[in-house]
Write a protein that binds this ligand. Structure first.
Ligand code: PLP
Length: 502
């Protein structure tokens, strides 16, 4: 299996190269040249498998330059009961909400309590094996721009992993108090964390620029290092996410919620378009899916795009209670455009160039039609998000986080608008305790405690929902990091964190 760049089809590499490099030199993203198919019999055979065995089967179809033992080693090291609380890292909780049954795929039982762990616990294993194949003895420098959850999950995944160093940038006012505390207290000898004055898009743009700057690459090369990426532009991030949609389908069949071969709907709270794209790739492999419901918060650039075919990032940016979705440039949409245009690299590059220069592009009527056939776009503002957290808890005693609430709200609106009775799986992406202030505020009109951990305690008193151990143990932990930089200075920060001169 070869991987091509979305902006230059002639570029063709094996998976180890795609994972080690993160992004193609032309600025495009690596995509598989075609999607391996899951036959009905194969899908049926997966019904009786563990999550881990399902993962091995699916991953082996993509990482054809890895041996079966290497893949098994990656999967078995990543998805352990000690890291994810049980043998199934992605359980489904079914609730009735406003008269419809919603199946919440809980992807946040990992070490940092967000769905990013599903990919970032396995990516370091993919990466070290890839480096051994194609790295030429260099150390990998992982640069991360984060809206909160990726940063912590990447730090936790890569801490003290040999031959890697990891540097994380986050928007200083764009993450929750818990997220900031999680990152700033990170342990490990090879980690560095820095805030930037700006929003997530600023951080992501600057990281991409450093990443593709030939001069910086040369400096690193001289020091026997190379850049790699843990952002969802890295193929090694997307692949593990395909697994849980297919696994969820098997679980839905086993739970009697959908007949084998019948279709499901999938709702995803969306920011960078990575999670929902992985679901779309599962569909391309043959997973029976009727519709993807793409849920945004007030930063509803994707809702407008799906409805009009025009992507326009020239709009106000809102800092919301679902910060991991506060994004106006959804990087992975590039991969969908490439797929829906029939792998047209020139067209895709044209859209991305227009986005860079003008902040806007419009897709062809054919692409728009294809998008609307598979995707429904909707958004939930801050009031709707809070109301959903409140109502879901009132109706079912189920506590969800702000991002998941956005998805539940949009899914509810979709069902009301269309009457679609297809069984629905909703990606539940974070523990509510990562966003205690907003969640508590939605449930309880009383005085808000001052400290983050008093909020956690109060939320637990009211709801009796378990506080995840990795969050509880952060109380009183001393911060190791606290630097803040301007985005113009990020490159210098990177070099000095690596201990090398520019
Ligand atoms: C990252 C994140 C999202 C958005 O996922 P994308 O893959 O960027 O679309 C949603 N919810 C939470 C909690 C996240 O951490």
């Amino acid at each position: 299996m070869f991987y091509n760049s979305t902006q230059d089809k002639n570029k063709s590499v094996l998976s180890a190269q795609a994972i080690a490099q993160g992004i193609s030199q032309d600025g495009g993203l690596f995509v598989p040249e075609s999607f391996p198919q899951l036959s009905k019999d194969e899908l049926r055979s997966m019904l009786d498998m563990t999550y881990q065995d399902r993962a091995k089967l699916i991953i082996s179809k993509y990482l054809t330059d890895f041996t079966a033992d290497e893949i098994a080693d990656c999967v078995d090291s990543a998805y352990t009961a000690s890291k994810f609380g049980s043998d199934n890292p992605a359980p489904i909780a079914s609730v009735d909400y406003n008269g419809a049954q919603l199946n919440l795929l809980e992807l946040w039982h990992g070490p940092t309590c967000a769905f990013k762990d599903m990919a970032l616990q396995i990516l370091p294993h993919f990466l070290t094996k890839s480096l051994a194949k194609v790295g030429g003895g260099k150390d990998a420098v992982i640069l991360v721009a984060t809206s909160g959850d990726t940063g912590k999950a990447a730090l936790e995944g890569f801490k003290d992993v040999e031959h890697t160093k990891i540097i994380v940038f986050y928007p200083v006012d764009g993450v929750s108090a818990m997220q900031k505390h999680q990152m700033n207290t990170q342990e490990g000898e090879n980690v560095y964390v820095c805030a930037i004055r700006g929003n997530f898009d600023d951080a992501q743009t600057a990281v991409k620029k450093i990443f593709t700057d030939p001069q910086t690459a040369e400096i690193l090369d001289k020091n026997n290092m190379m850049f790699s990426s843990a952002n969802s532009i890295n193929w090694g991030r997307l692949l593990p996410q395909i697994v849980y949609y297919i696994s969820a389908y098997c679980d839905m069949v086993n739970m009697g919620k959908v007949g084998f071969g019948d279709k499901i709907n999938i709702t995803v709270p969306t920011g960078n378009f990575g999670n929902i794209l992985a679901g779309y790739y599962a569909y391309e492999m043959g997973l029976p899916v009727n519709r993807f419901i793409c849920a945004s918060n007030s930063n509803n650039v994707l809702t407008d795009f799906i409805n009009t075919g025009v992507y326009n990032k020239n709009r106000d940016f809102y800092t919301t209670v679902s910060p991991s979705m506060d994004i106006l440039v959804s990087s992975n949409l590039e991969r969908l455009l490439y797929a829906l245009s029939g792998n047209d690299d020139k067209l895709t590059k044209g859209y991305m160039d227009a986005l860079k220069s003008d902040g806007v592009y419009e897709v062809t009527p054919e692409i728009k039609e294809k998008i609307q056939a598979m995707f429904y776009g909707g958004f939930a503002d801050e009031d709707a998000t809070a109301k959903t957290i409140h109502d879901l808890f009132e109706q079912q005693g189920y506590l969800c986080d702000t991002h998941t609430a956005v998805a539940v709200s949009v899914c509810d609106a979709y069902i009301k608008a269309t009457g679609d009775k297809t069984p629905v799986v909703i990606a539940s992406t974070a523990s509510p305790y990562k966003f205690s202030k907003a969640v508590l505020g939605a449930l309880d009109k009383g005085d808000m405690p001052e400290s983050e951990f008093d909020m956690v305690e109060r939320l637990h008193e009211i709801t009796k929902a378990d506080v995840p151990a990795p969050l509880a143990s952060l109380r009183g932990k001393k911060a190791r990091f606290g630097d803040v930089t301007d985005k113009e200075d990020m490159q210098g920060v990177v070099l000095s964190a690596l201990g090398i001169k520019g």
